[in-house]
Design a binder for this molecule. Structure first.
Ligand SMILES: [Cu+2]
Length: 330
């Protein structure tokens, strides 16, 4: 099926996941309330599609549907949102040099925020990726007062985007994005075709599912090592897998999570990890799956293009003209 892979869940997914996974219950506002409620209904976070699960078989209350769909602007596109602003100490990183990357989240009162609500075992998640969808990394900076810091080494020049994913105490979870420049000879990776498999080390990850714009899509990622299904995945950040999706073109950020949790008595530790996701528009997306096995976290990288919307009367989205899969480890 020519790589017509579907991912979904946007800002909505993020909020649901965070609100539910840890019982955070701090998401506020009309959207947050709805998704938090949806998450409580399911008893777990792992359903970014909560609220629009008609089709996904998750059986959520339809009543959440409208509110859950409300966010118009995807996460990660803004450096400032709702009174919170991301402030890097420096927005340049030297190529190939390991430095401490430091930044703060400035709150509505003009001071660095020091109180954060834990989401997925961490108070802040930092994603860094180059504009051409390569070089993805998922980091966990350490906090000292109002300053976050993490060792960062970017081996290739280019324009990068850094996403901070966090929830200030008493405020709704959000993802802010900031640009990072790495001076040097930048050669963007050529666009490649979407692929259903990705290799990372001895592991092969296979992606199944259809990515339909504006709809909740179920994605299944299956992990095999040396050709054998992996059935002993280890929990990482309170899940068997974490999936980040970034839209090609503007790096709109979509953080989705699996259906089920390691301790819920029904979720198997592989080989399949199921996600509910929704992409807001037709196009190409970079998908990054973090999973942990044998004590090591690895990232499988996919490129996926949306398929046609079955209700759109045959309109089709481009399916093979985007970025291709970039295999890498880390
Ligand atoms: Cu993280």
């Amino acid at each position: 099926m020519n790589g017509a892979i579907k991912v979904g869940a946007y800002v909505v997914g993020l909020a649901v996941v965070f609100g539910g996974a840890l019982g955070v219950g701090r998401v506020v506002g009309p959207v947050g309330d709805a998704v938090a409620e949806a998450a409580r209904d399911t008893g777990h976070s792992a359903e970014p599609g909560a609220g629009h699960a008609a089709g996904a078989g998750a059986g959520h209350d339809e009543g959440h549907d409208e509110a859950a769909r409300a966010p118009a602007v995807p996460g990660g596109l803004q450096v400032s949102q709702g009174g919170y602003t991301l402030l890097p100490e420096a927005d340049e990183v030297k190529v190939g040099e390991r430095t401490d990357f430091r930044f703060s989240v400035i709150g509505p009162d003009g001071h660095p925020v020091t109180g954060f609500t834990t989401q997925h075992d961490k108070k802040l998640h930092l994603i860094v990726v180059r504009r051409d969808l390569t070089g993805f990394r998922h980091l966990h900076p350490t906090q000292k007062g109002g300053v976050w810091s993490v060792p960062l080494e970017l081996p290739a020049a280019g324009e990068y985007r850094a996403f901070a994913d966090f929830a200030p105490e008493g405020a709704e979870a959000m993802t802010l994005g900031m640009d990072l420049s790495v001076a040097g000879d930048y050669r963007p990776e050529p666009p490649a075709v979407p692929a259903e498999t990705a290799k990372v080390g001895d592991y092969t990850v296979t992606l199944a599912g259809d990515l339909v714009p504006g709809r909740t899509s179920m994605l299944t990622l299956s992990i095999a090592k040396d050709g054998k299904p992996v059935t002993d995945l280890e929990p990482y950040l309170a899940a068997y897998g974490h999936l980040v999706a970034l839209r090609d073109g503007d790096l709109a950020y979509l953080h989705v999570h699996p259906d089920g949790a390691p301790d819920d008595g029904r979720t198997a530790p592989g080989p399949d990890i199921t996600f509910y996701a929704e992409v807001p528009s037709a196009g190409t997306y970079g998908l990054y799956l973090d999973f942990k096995h044998a004590g090591t976290v690895r990232t499988a990288v996919f490129t996926a293009a949306t398929g046609p919307d079955p209700e759109a009367g045959g309109a089709t989205a481009p399916a093979g003209d985007g970025h291709g899969s970039h295999e890498h480890g880390r």
